[in-house]
Design a protein around this ligand. Structure first.
Ligand SMILES: [Zn+2]
Length: 240
């Protein structure tokens, strides 16, 4: 249940009832290295001659640390979002930076205009109030943008037969998206912080899970039909 591909081999390992996906890179190096990228992807770099059994024993031994680290790696929108919720701080939306501009007003609103995210609230110094308004705005944007992008992708010939039972947006701890056994796709509201090309990659990945549950060769073939340059986008998302 693994596939050799350029740029590593995607594998899966069951640890304590959970399935841990990781990408394995072989090289002439001497030591084994396990890393968690932002976004939660796990990368393992190992010497050529070390057996899979040994590699997986090492990963299992560090499972507690790995899972903790994966939970820590929230999408950057959450990770580096403004902490003070004051004018001047930056927020990303569809890959672009917007500067927060917080003003007092009786009619609360949030609008993105010319590189600024204008937030009107009753109490501009109330961080929680500003944070809540911006979060709500992100959720609303995600609820509009994500189903639109899903619908667009479903028009592709390669998407034939991939029909989600529902598409929804909610807060998730450490992942961009998920696909339930009943075919329900869930996306993190913070997905809309990403550039559109990566929003589409997250969507394509979850759509492929409608047919292929695991990250195996069949999954990758389906994904490549839907999005031939998925691997490049995967790398960009991992570094995001
Ligand atoms: Zn997946």
């Amino acid at each position: 249940m693994s596939v050799a591909v350029d740029g590593g081999e995607q594998r899966e390992l069951a640890i304590g009832g959970r399935s841990l996906g990781y990408r394995l890179y072989r090289s002439g190096r001497r030591t084994l290295e396990i890393a968690v990228l932002s976004g939660g992807a796990v990368e393992v770099r190992a010497p050529k001659e070390v057996s899979i059994a040994k590699i997986e024993a090492r990963i299992s031994a560090r499972a507690g640390w790995l899972y903790r680290k994966m939970e820590d790696r929230l999408p950057r929108f959450m990770e580096e979002g403004p902490r003070c919720w004051q004018s001047g701080e930056c927020v990303r939306y569809l890959g672009r930076q917007y500067r927060l501009q917080v003003k007092a007003g009786a009619e609360p609103s949030v609008r993105a205009v010319a590189g600024r995210l204008c937030v009107v609230v009753a109490k501009p110094r109330d961080k929680a109030m500003v944070e809540q308004s911006v979060s709500r705005w992100f959720r609303e944007r995600a609820q509009r943008v994500i189903p639109e992008r899903v619908a667009r992708m479903l028009e592709l010939p390669a998407a034939k037969g991939l029909v989600p039972s529902a598409v929804s947006v909610r807060s998730m701890k450490n992942r961009w998206g998920s696909c339930s056994a009943a075919g329900r796709l869930l996306f993190h509201a913070g997905v809309v912080a990403l550039p559109t090309s990566l929003v589409d990659y997250v969507i394509a990945h979850e759509l492929c899970h409608l047919r292929e549950r695991r990250h195996d060769a069949r999954f990758e073939r389906l994904l490549a039909r839907l999005m031939p340059d998925w691997r490049e986008r995967h790398r960009r998302l991992a570094g995001w």
